[in-house]
Design a protein around this ligand. Structure first.
Ligand SMILES: NC(=O)c1ccc[n+]([C@@H]2O[C@H](COP(=O)([O-])OP(=O)(O)OC[C@H]3O[C@@H](n4cnc5c(N)ncnc54)[C@H](OP(=O)(O)O)[C@@H]3O)[C@@H](O)[C@H]2O)c1
Length: 223
């Protein structure tokens, strides 16, 4: 599959390298051609680079990997207004943390912008937007086999287009991860909010996983 990125940073690198290893072609799209080319060169055979519009033209699937606050501007620069992204599967992995989130006291993470995935979908008519990969750090996505306590790491995903969800689920599996459909794109705002809450726990030194019971103990099932 041809996969392009909008953005040439840590997430484009982490996910791009895994998809190349799985046999996909990856074009790193960046607003700064030298930075996109440098990342493509680091990723090696299977990677190329180009402008944001070239990324939109190349990718059957496009990973939007820019700060959440810049997501709408970036898809516009990729030609969303000229229908360049129409029909494309657009994976939004962004988070829009408040600008000082990493500087603030642990546990006080906040969103600077809500419902980013819905804003992206509105700015990119015809694009089949799927929110995914925003919950864990780039280092997690790029690190070897991603199994913890004998279970593959799960990736919640939200989107409206069943075919796009199926394609992204395949790309999740290609990375050795477990796709978990989480409903339509109107649910992505909760995934974005959950991420900022979990990040707050992690940065406060609390184990967010410990807050969740296993499925069989999660809810009372009436008999
Ligand atoms: N890093 C993580 O651990 C992680 C994990 C999960 C989700 N995320 C989310 O994934 C997204 C990308 O994160 P990242 O760590 O890859 O960020 P990053 O390393 O800082 O890279 C961001 C990329 O976005 C580009 N960019 C910024 N504004 C842009 C604009 N207006 N138009 C076009 N390109 C623009 C930057 O281009 P320049 O190089 O030209 O500045 C850079 O290539 C963010 O929303 C982040 O919250 C990150």
């Amino acid at each position: 599959m041809r996969i392009a990125t909008i953005g040439a940073g840590a997430m484009a690198s982490a996910l791009g390298s895994g998809w190349i290893a799985a046999g996909h072609e990856v074009l790193i799209g960046g607003r700064a051609p030298d930075r996109a080319a440098a990342l493509a060169s680091r990723l090696g055979p299977g990677a190329s680079s180009g402008t944001l519009r070239q990324a939109a033209a190349f990718g059957q699937v496009i990973l939007l990997a820019v700060p959440g606050e810049d997501a709408v501007e970036a898809v516009r620069a990729a030609g969303a207004g000229d229908a360049f992204l129409s029909g494309r599967v657009l994976i939004d992995c962004s988070n829009a943390f408040a600008p000082d989130a990493f500087l603030a006291a642990p546990g006080s993470f906040a969103l600077g912008l809500d419902a980013v995935a819905e804003r992206v979908a509105e700015a990119a008519p015809g694009a089949r937007v799927v929110k995914a990969f925003n919950m864990c750090a780039a280092e997690v996505w790029s690190a070897g086999p991603r199994s913890f306590d004998g279970r593959r790491l799960a990736v919640p995903m939200c989107g409206d287009d069943p075919d796009a969800m199926h394609i992204v689920a395949g790309l999740v599996s290609d990375l050795g991860l477990h796709p978990v459909p989480g409903g339509g794109l109107d649910r992505a705002r909760y995934l974005e909010a959950m991420t900022v809450f979990v990040m707050g726990l992690w940065f406060a030194g609390a184990d967010a996983r410990a807050t969740l019971p296993p499925l069989e103990a999660a809810v009372a099932v009436p008999d």
